[in-house]
Structure formats: structure tokens, C-alpha cells
Design a binder for this molecule. Structure first.
Ligand SMILES: [Fe+2]
Length: 282
């Protein structure tokens, strides 16, 4: 069964999407490289919502929690209940599907229980995938997979795009990005996803890496997004999936106002900034 809904609210500019990924909520008092993921989420989410109250949705692309416990999901839910913009949730390798679904029973899922859904915009179809490998991993550092059931569901979602441009969001990237630690835990059956995206002219959004990166693969354009909390360092040598660095957190903005086009912006949060015109100094 294909789960989907269309953007139908009125009096909104309905073509802007705010993108947060890799939230990694911990237990209270627990930090990651000295950073509090919940405080970082609050800071980034409130900055995003305040700057873009006209956004149609906030998309959170997985690794919502650090260990997938019910208390971590409860802490996340408390923050999301204050968000005035509807939130679309995905899961990543650090999540646990059963605990997530118990905490967020209203999140659409396929009849097989995968956390996947379709959201139609006027010119685009957003397809959210569940690339969790199904294991129960205490450390969370795991590659992803799209099982035959999930790929069949994706085929149906892509086939139903009509005139809409497909945008596919998947926590794990289906290729290497040059960071050996993260490349080792990318999507396992990468060709299965990438060939489908190429065949349908889809654009790909992903998280997992904790870094702002973009490129094309097999003709498929893609963007990845930094975390609100900890980031991956630029290290093209070390094969350690746990390498993290304290750089500003951030979020992305996808503009979906033009047919056959997607435009992505990235915003850092926490830097002291003042907007000025450099014309005043000339
Ligand atoms: Fe992550």
C-alpha cells in the first residue's frame, strides 16, 4: 500500500521545505563530543522556524535518536510538539524501528511496517525511504539496505509521479563521498537505488554523513546536510565511522516552487552574524 498525502493547506507558500537530519537525541545529561543534542536541536529548529514560518514541512531525515530508546524518542517528541510546522520523520541507522513507531504511531508506514511515505507538492513528489537494516545495534554505526519490499514500494511511488519531479530522501547515500569512515557504512545495495533514481530523473537528499556535500552520481543530482549537533570532519584517510567535530549545526532549505527544478540552501546556526550591505563601505 502506498501511503501518501498532498499538500493542501491554504494561505501558505507551500513550496518550501526545511531539512534537518541526524538529530541524535541522547538520554538527559548525556552529550556527544561534549555537545547536548537536544539543546542543539532546539536552537536549530527554532532558528529555522522563526526564519521560515511559511515552510510547508520540516523534514527530519533519520538518526532522530542516538540509541533508539523510548526515553530518547519521548524527549524528541516533547520538542516536536512545540513546532508550529508539520514534521515529516524518517529513521536512520541509530534509530530502532519498533521503538520509533511506538513513540510516533501517527507517522505513515507501509503495510510491511517500513517508515516510508509520499508527499505531493504542486510540481514535485517527495518520497521518503526507510534504509534501516532491521538490526538492533547498540553502537548504531551500521550500513543501510533497501529490501525487495521497500524497492517495490519505491517503484510504485516513482511510477506514480506523473508530471511531478521525484525527490527521494534516504538516510544512507548509495555511493561513497570520499570519507572512508562513513563510506564503509553507506547503503549496501547502492546500485538498486541509484539506477532507479537515474531512470526517473530523481533528485536525492540524504543525511548520515553529518556534512554539507553535493554532487552528481550516474546523472543523479544530490545534496547531503549537516547535523544540528556534531559534524563529520574533512578526513579523506581515516577509516573511523565515529569521527566527529564540533562545528556549527545547521539546516537546509529546499525550494520547490518551479517545475523540474529544486534549489537547496544551507544555513549554519550559532555563528554570530549581522547582515550588512558591502555597498556601504565602497
Ligand atoms: Fe547520524
Amino acid at each position: 500500500m502506498l501511503v501518501y498525502f498532498s499538500v493542501s493547506r491554504k494561505l501558505r507558500i507551500m513550496t518550501k521545505l526545511l531539512i534537518l537530519t541526524d538529530i541524535h537525541i541522547t538520554e538527559a545529561g548525556q552529550t556527544i563530543i561534549g555537545l547536548d543534542p537536544l539543546a542543539r536541536l532546539q536552537s536549530v529548529l527554532s532558528a529555522a522556524v522563526e526564519a521560515h514560518p511559511d515552510a510547508a514541512f520540516v523534514l527530519m531525515m533519520g538518526d532522530l535518536t542516538h540509541h533508539g530508546t523510548s526515553t530518547q524518542y519521548a524527549r524528541l517528541r516533547e520538542v516536536l510538539e512545540t513546532c508550529p510546522i508539520p514534521v515529516l520523520l524518517m529513521i536512520g541507522n541509530h534509530d530502532r524501528r519498533a521503538a520509533f513507531r511506538a513513540a510516533f504511531p501517527d507517522t505513515p508506514a507501509t503495510d510491511k511496517g517500513f517508515v516510508q511515505q509520499v508527499v505531493d507538492f504542486p510540481h514535485h513528489r517527495l518520497i521518503l525511504l526507510d534504509s534501516h537494516d532491521g538490526g538492533d545495534h547498540p553502537d548504531g554505526f551500521r550500513s543501510g539496505i533497501l529490501s525487495p519490499e521497500r524497492l517495490a514500494w519505491l517503484d510504485g511511488a516513482l511510477a506514480g509521479c506523473g508530471d511531478r519531479m521525484p525527490i527521494v530522501a534516504c538516510h544512507h547515500p548509495p555511493f561513497s563521498v570520499g570519507l572512508p569512515g562513513m563510506d564503509a557504512i553507506r547503503l549496501q545495495n547502492e546500485e538498486a537505488l541509484l539506477s532507479r533514481l537515474a531512470d526517473h530523473g530523481a533528485y536525492l537528499l540524504f543525511g548520515h554523513i553529518h556534512r554539507t556535500i553535493s554532487g552528481t552520481a550516474k546523472g543523479v543530482g544530490w545534496s547531503s546536510f549537516k547535523s544540528p549537533c556534531h559534524q563529520a570532519p574533512i578526513d579523506f584517510v581515516t577509516a573511523d565511522s565515529g569521527l566527529s567535530i564540533d562545528e556549527p549545526g545547521g539546516y537546509g532549505i529546499a525550494l520547490l516552487d518551479r517545475p523540474t527544478q529544486i534549489t537547496i540552501h544551507h544555513v549554519d546556526v550559532g555563528l554570530e552574524t549581522t547582515t550588512m550591505s558591502d555597498r556601504t563601505s565602497q
